[in-house]
Design a protein around this ligand. Structure first.
Ligand code: ADP
Ligand code: MG
Length: 133
């Protein structure tokens, strides 16, 4: 099934000029970039975007971090794009991510893990609408 998912290149990766490399890696892995824009969001917007994590101990830091610098938000499209993007990204903790995944290649730590990807069809729709509507 052809799906769309939301991807974010997080501040740590934008800061290290990894935008082009990461985009090329998605394309190489059959994830087409339908839309892309570079934005800087407020802490309030980050808190809204990550509201599913509001009970987690790392929520405050997470929202501060996502709003700390420019990010690149993208709509990716492809066969099973939601799961496919999660596979290309790798595990949340770069130390546990498999070889050949973006987080293994570029992630610095569990909080500075370079990329975000929607985790379900429902969240993909919500997250795409959050940035592109
Ligand atoms: P993922 O980004 O792989 O979907 P989660 O949805 O569980 O992971 O968490 C969202 C983000 O919160 C992660 O990408 C990571 O940046 C951060 N995070 C998750 N777990 C931790 C943790 N234990 N400590 C610090 N930050 C975390
Ligand atoms: Mg998640």
């Amino acid at each position: 099934m052809i799906e769309q998912t939301l991807s974010i290149i997080k501040p740590d990766a934008v800061e290290r000029n990894l935008e082009t490399d990461i985009k090329e890696y998605f394309i190489k892995n059959k994830l087409k970039i339908l839309k892309a824009k570079k934005v800087k969001i407020s802490k309030e917007e980050a808190s809204e975007f990550y509201r599913v994590h509001q009970t987690k101990p790392f929520y405050e830091d997470l929202c501060s971090y996502l709003s700390s610098g420019p990010i690149v938000v993208m709509v990716l499209e492809g066969e099973n794009a939601i799961l496919k993007n999660r596979e290309v990204m790798g595990a949340t903790d770069p130390m546990k991510a498999e070889e050949g995944t973006l987080r293994k290649m570029y992630g610095i730590s569990i909080d500075k893990n370079s990329v975000h990807g929607s985790d379900s069809k429902e969240n993909a729709t919500t997250e795409i609408n959050f940035f592109f509507k």
